[in-house]
Design a protein around this ligand. Structure first.
Ligand code: ADP
Length: 326
């Protein structure tokens, strides 16, 4: 214990609201525990290009309410090569950084795992992604805020859908995970969600039409998860236009607005707890784990487990949506 003196912190991959709250929490908790903190800009790229500065408590003042990430984020191809990671390691040595906290998604934690194995560096991951697709944690930083953004957008779309008796396909983010689509559909009272998890099981559009779409309603909203597995909202709109030309179909792709905005209370609290726990983990000599939250308790999830496993969608949620959309 006690071998770590200086922690480097970076945000990597897709940005998510609440990353700033996590940066603040890691920085303050580290300083509280007597550690030095170095902020690394633009994810792993900042290690390679040497964009590294000392962070004091004031560096993270007034950021808890901000979306995005003050440390910036990037995707860095060079870091996926052994040569790139060697340059990154040398920068860490120059700056005296002896542990890393990485805030990011699946890809970022994969990079952390490889880096940690190669150079024997304690790496702690925080699940920062709106997609909620990391195994071993009930929720991820940014997911709740994105869900609320979807809710706000769909409420507005419903006004126009109802006025014109239209069928709307609303595409939401989530990569290959349907959490945003499914819970977004339940929360907004949408008629159905088309999610990648079930794309190979059933024809979800056919199910929706068969289940009596529009028997008792004059408008409908279907949330579609963006994914190669679903084909996206445009794909379904085209199908309906061809197969059911009597319906007035429209598409809205919510896109990057789902990534922005001030984090919700839930995401700020989550990020604060996870950030503080990352420093607890370092003080306890933990390494190569993602900090998660399960049943409201902090858990340490080995990278191998968090990355390799697909987080399952609860069937109960699918049943709730089906029952409530009649
Ligand atoms: P996310 O973390 O949001 O899933 P990406 O998948 O784009 O985002 O990954 C972010 C960064 O993590 C990549 O640009 C790269 O620098 C690093 N990374 C991803 N996969 C690997 C890998 N297999 N080996 C090394 N680094 C990786």
């Amino acid at each position: 214990m006690g071998i770590v003196k200086c922690v480097g912190i970076l945000t990597s991959g897709g940005d998510a609201p609440g990353m700033n709250a996590a940066i603040r929490a890691v920085t303050r908790a580290a300083i509280y525990n007597g550690l030095q903190v170095k902020g690394i800009y633009r994810g792993y790229r900042g290690l390679i290009t040497d964009e590294i500065v000392e962070f004091k408590s004031q560096n993270v003042s007034n950021i808890i309410q901000l979306g995005g990430t003050i440390l910036k984020t990037a995707r860095c191809k060079e870091f996926t090569t052994p040569e790139g990671r060697k340059i990154a390691y040398e920068a860490m040595q120059r700056h005296g950084i002896d542990a890393l906290v990485i805030i990011g998604g699946d890809g970022s934690l994969t990079g952390a795992r490889i880096f940690a194995q190669e150079y024997n560096i304690p790496c702690i991951g925080l699940p920062g992604t709106i997609d909620n697709d990391l195994y071993g944690t009930d929720t991820t930083i940014g997911y709740d805020t994105a869900l609320n953004t979807i809710l706000d957008a769909v409420d507005k779309i419903r006004d126009t859908a109802t006025s014109h008796d239209r069928l709307f396909f609303v595409e939401v983010m989530g990569r290959d995970a349907g959490f945003l689509a499914l819970n977004g559909a339940i929360a907004s009272g949408a008629e159905a969600a088309i999610i990648p998890e079930f794309s190979t099981e059933v024809d979800q559009l056919e199910e929706f039409i068969k289940s009596g779409f529009r028997k008792s309603k004059n408008s409908s909203i279907v949330i579609v998860a963006e994914s190669e597995l679903t084909g996206g909202a445009m794909h379904y709109a085209e199908r309906v236009k061809n197969e059911y030309p009597q319906y007035d179909v429209r598409v809205t792709i919510l896109g990057h607005l789902q990534r922005g905005g001030s984090p919700t209370a839930h995401d700020r609290i989550l990020a604060s707890r996870l950030g503080a726990a990352a420093i607890d983990a370092i003080m306890e000599d933990q390494r190569n784990v993602m900090i998660g939250i399960e049943n409201d308790e902090i858990v340490y999830v080995p990278f191998s487990k968090a990355i390799k496993n697909d987080k399952p969608i609860k069937r109960e949620l699918v049943n709730v949506l089906r029952a409530l959309s009649i």
